[in-house]
Design a protein around this ligand. Structure first.
Ligand code: SAH
Length: 300
């Protein structure tokens, strides 16, 4: 999964109508704006530290960063933008969207500064391991392609995901800041297979075309929060609830008034991001914050 995704992301822009999947920031500018407003509010409440930096893990086309930073700049935040991205194709797109940003290969390369961090659909792309009856399930070469070596009740684990959350928590505990993780997933650890492959906006057979389709799994937020040592984790809220609590309704109406010809599209985008039968319920938001930083808005 690690090798397939590294190749997959390094060789294409996977997003949008002609790609394999679409993400919340690509649906509407409101998504990034809400995140920017919440991060700017934390920064202001923390006394506007001028060494704080905006950080995004896996920024895709850079759309979320562009929308969030527009709001943060308007609120007086003048700090640097640091993007953690391995894909050269996506780095080039991010450069257009976020002029002046700095790229980091890995979380461990981030500077020791207070972080205003967001990761949308980043954790789901990190590799997982599957176990059947306590034995790791492996992929083998079989007649005509690839096959799993065993079947049965599957338990998934993601050491890579836990390491990423743990590394961010270590940074927050040392230098302050807040982190927002947004992804599809579940609130409590449970057995079951969630690994999925997406190609051209459709689910595809998992082992088809390795490196040519998007491999992700649902994030176990209980395990993720448990990896966050030394910081405070908020409760987990659904994306729909969180966006409504931080004011997407008012933003949608303001945008609709200012762009009457697009009003229907704007209201439809709000629905797509928040409705229970769309992205609102499956996607969840978890925040971490340093002990001496405020909890981000929308979780209380
Ligand atoms: N956050 C964006 C893109 C999500 S796709 C959005 O919401 O639209 C996943 C992103 O994570 C891509 O930018 C991909 O290149 C990046 N990514 C995947 N694995 C990574 C890794 N191990 N290290 C850094 N970035 C990674």
């Amino acid at each position: 999964m690690e090798a397939c995704n590294a190749y997959y992301y390094a060789t294409r822009d996977p997003l949008g109508a002609r790609g394999d999947f679409t993400t919340a920031p690509e649906i509407s500018q409101m998504f990034g704006e809400m995140i920017g407003a919440v991060l700017a509010d934390c920064w202001a409440q923390a006394g506007k530290p001028d060494d704080a930096i905006y950080v995004e893990l896996g920024p895709g086309r850079g759309t979320l960063a562009r929308d969030a930073l527009r709001v943060m700049r308007a609120a007086g935040f003048a700090g640097e933008a640091h993007l953690v991205e391995t894909s050269p194709v996506l780095r080039a797109m991010q450069q257009e969207a976020v002029p002046g940003a700095t790229w980091n290969e890995a979380i461990g390369d981030l500077p020791a500064r207070p972080l205003l961090l967001v990761a949308n659909e980043f954790l789901d792309a990190l590799p997982i391991r599957q176990f059947v009856g306590g034995v790791e399930r492996r992929v083998m070469v079989a007649a005509g392609g690839l096959a799993f070596d065993r079947d049965g009740q599957i338990v998934e684990e993601s050491p890579a995901r836990e390491e990423a959350v743990s590394a961010i928590a270590t940074c927050l505990a040392a230098t302050g800041g807040v982190a927002l993780f947004i992804d599809y997933g579940h609130a409590t650890s449970a057995p079951g297979e969630t690994l999925q492959a997406m190609r051209s906006h459709q689910f595809a057979p998992l082992l088809d075309k390795p490196g040519e389709q998007d491999l992700t799994s649902h994030v176990d937020f209980e395990a993720a929060a448990a990896a966050a040592d030394g910081v405070t984790a908020t409760r987990l809220v659904t994306q729909g609830e969180w966006l409504e609590r931080v004011g997407i309704g008012a933003r949608a109406e303001a945008l609709a008034r200012a762009n009457a010809e697009r009003a229907d599209d704007i209201r439809a985008a709000r629905q797509r991001l928040t409705a229970r039968d769309q992205m609102g319920e499956l996607f969840k938001v978890l925040a971490l914050h340093a002990a001496d930083w405020p909890a981000p808005a929308g979780f209380a």
